[in-house]
Design a protein around this ligand. Structure first.
Ligand code: FAD
Length: 396
């Protein structure tokens, strides 16, 4: 049923401000944010799969800006029970280098929140069912958008077909690594500590979580070469747990005893990893957001944070434009370029940082190995540099 204000021109429904194309967290957050600001939204989502896949086993590290956005959308109160705060982060190099950050040193109540990816998707989808001024419409096809709208916001993820149809190049560098994710419980309490090991060539992270055990659960993100990931996916639960435990003991025996024995509480899943960036983010009547615009390595847990920051920036620019320049359509390229200018630099900086760290820690040459571990220890001693680094991640 269409709300008053929408019309049918004989071919397509007209009268929408923005057509949001995509089915993930970025598309849903954008549709909700636009609706809350009074824009009329057509949400062009992919049809629900017939055989529902097992729910997403990932846990996302979300920064304060992302949590603030979810708060404004009234998602955060319902998501908080499926989330855990990070009070401390300990990063270890492969030969003695170490870096640690804590919420009290940063003067913040927590460094990040670890949230349940499946609960986030579910709560956003539920909220959209009741959002005013949002119509669910069929997906964008070869014939273009299913409705007439001033702006097409493309949030279709890294394989976006609308981006390809617009002829926008997505420069991609495959890492030949996969991100292996799972949920675990441990025999020792995590005490809000996130741990990460740069093991050359893999990067392993245990993120403190609150489900099923409120005090001793973890989300695992283990970036490993593709062949190793394929092998890990074939292992039984007991063999996977043993492989993981061994990796932690090899890297950091002291931390291994602090973490305790780890047990799987979910299936193990893996995603191919790449660094990618769209050559243009905007054009007349269209804009890219989230993974459709950029893809980064998950070692700094920033992909969705960047996508939600895109949502935040675009909605605020569209709001300003509607007030200050009401004669312009929302799809006016001058308005959209403001969004691209605001978001391109922080995204490139984060992509460069994660990529640089990955390459630095993959290098096997002795002087590089010594330098990177010494560098970590040096940053640990240089309070202001350390604070700046964590500040970037807290507010990307
Ligand atoms: C192992 C791993 C761990 C991660 N951990 C973190 C973390 O800790 N913190 C963090 O911030 N980020 C993390 N990320 C990154 C994060 O998952 C992504 O950045 C985020 O999911 C991107 O959201 P999105 O909505 O842009 O794209 P997607 O999640 O890919 O969603 C796009 C959706 O649109 C659908 N779609 C495609 N085409 C169409 C179409 N034509 N019409 C309608 N729908 C369409 C797709 O099927 C998909 O469902 C991690 C990633 C991995 C792989």
């Amino acid at each position: 049923m269409l709300e008053t204000g929408f019309k049918y021109d004989g071919q397509r429904v007209t009268g929408f401000d923005v057509c949001v194309s995509g089915s993930g967290a970025v598309a849903m957050s954008l549709a909700l944010s636009l609706s809350a600001e009074g824009f009329r939204v057509a949400w062009a989502r992919a049809p629900a799969p017939v055989n529902l896949p097992a729910s997403d086993v990932r846990t996302y590290a979300l920064n304060s800006r992302a949590i603030a956005l979810l708060g404004r959308l009234r998602i955060w109160p319902a998501l908080k029970p499926y989330s855990s705060p990070v009070q401390e982060m300990v990063v270890r190099g492969d030969e003695g280098g170490a870096l640690s950050f804590s919420s009290w040193q940063q003067c913040v109540s927590e460094l990040a929140w670890i949230v349940d990816a499946a609960a986030l998707d579910r709560l956003l989808a539920e909220a959209l069912r009741f959002a005013p001024r949002v119509e669910i419409v069929p997906p964008v096809s070869d014939q273009g958008a299913p409705v007439q709208a001033s702006l097409l916001a493309i949030c279709e993820g890294k394989h976006s077909s609308s981006r390809a149809a617009l002829g926008v190049t997505f420069s991609k560098q495959d890492y030949s690594h996969w991100g292996v994710a799972a949920r675990l419980t441990a025999t020792q309490a995590h005490q809000g500590v996130a741990r990460q090991w740069f093991r050359s060539p893999d990067v392993l992270a245990l993120l403190p979580f609150n489900q099923p055990d409120p005090l001793a659960s973890y989300g695992l993100v283990w970036s490993v070469p593709k062949v190793r990931a394929e092998h890990l996916l074939t292992l039984s639960a007991a063999d996977f747990e043993q492989a993981l435990q061994q990796a932690i003991i090899q890297s950091d025996p002291a931390a291994a005893s602090m973490v305790g024995t780890l047990n799987l509480t979910s299936p193990v899943a893996a995603w191919p990893l790449a660094l990618a960036q769209a050559e243009r983010w905007t054009g007349p009547g269209w804009v890219l957001l989230g993974d459709a615009a950029h893809q980064v390595h998950p070692l700094a847990g920033q992909g969705l944070n960047l996508g939600l920051a895109d949502v935040d920036a675009l909605v605020s620019i569209l709001k300003q434009a509607r007030l200050a320049e009401p004669w312009r359509t929302l799809g006016d390229e001058r308005t959209l370029r403001r969004y691209a200018r605001q978001r391109e630099w922080p995204t490139k900086a984060m992509a460069g940082l994660t990529d640089g760290l990955l390459h630095l820690f993959a290098d096997e040459r002795r002087p590089i190995k010594d330098l990177r571990n010494a560098g970590m220890t040096l940053v640990q001693r240089l309070g202001p540099v350390k604070s700046w680094l964590i500040g970037q991640a807290l507010d990307a």
